[in-house]
Ligand binder design. Sequence first.
Ligand SMILES: Nc1ncnc2c1ncn2[C@@H]1O[C@H](COP(=O)(O)OP(=O)(O)OP(=O)(O)O)[C@@H](O)[C@H]1O
Length: 256
Amino acid sequence: MQLNNVSFSYHQQSEIIHNVSADVTPGHILSIVGPNGAGKTTLLKLMTGELKPSRGAVMLDGEPLSQLTRKQRADQIAIVSQQNQLYDDMKVIDVVKMGRLAKHGLLAAIDDQEVAPYLAMTGLQSFANRPMSQLSGGQKQRVWIAAAIAQDPQYLFLDEPTTYLDIRYQTELMAIIEKLHRQRQMTIVMILHDINQAFRMSDDIWLIKAGKLVSTGQPNQFYDERSLSEIFNTAIRIVSIPDYGKYIVELPDGAN
Ligand SMILES: Nc1ncnc2c1ncn2[C@@H]1O[C@H](COP(=O)(O)OP(=O)(O)OP(=O)(O)O)[C@@H](O)[C@H]1O
């Protein structure tokens, strides 16, 4: 996937994304990081085709994403975003089956066995027949991830996937993502607020500030206190933790 001079504004308001050009390397894990309101979610939506660039283009296999049909996009791209309550009446297993709809066209044609691996991967077997309304936020989040994986996409986009997840499930989710990446060579694009998680997990980082892609590279290139402090507009220190490595901490107000 390539972004060629992509700019975007909502409803002819002022521009939110300014002239972003970059390549997504196939089979890599890419994390988009940056302060609140920087334009991360907007950029992600441009990359999934949910939004169309005002100028420039997002190219997928050499074709503008905007020219692909919804079905063609669904064959290649799956999205896990902050979800609504639309599916509260449905059973978990049926929501996961919806991920297979692009392949089958009809929910009734999808066998329980077909989605069993995705339920197992996300630890949802015992919840398969529960209605969504009876799940916690973290359990629901895992259902959305299972449904996205069930789509068997080349690109998996996740907007803040660890929201609602406690530390154990955050770690489990990251393990699932690494497994998908390893076993299926899936390309993963995530927005992560936890910068340490992002740096530890990713092959590539895109740093976004005020709608601009201010830098791209491998995580180890970003361990720089001054530039991180500047980007996040707060005092940041990098400490070394034995058996872990470098860890980024935000200093409390007034400390230096
Ligand atoms: N539907 C919309 N209409 C108009 N402006 C919007 C809309 N959605 C987002 N914005 C604006 O676009 C800018 C970027 O928002 P976006 O959600 O992309 O940022 P973000 O980096 O993902 O933020 P956060 O880290 O807080 O989730 C913000 O100023 C926001 O107010």
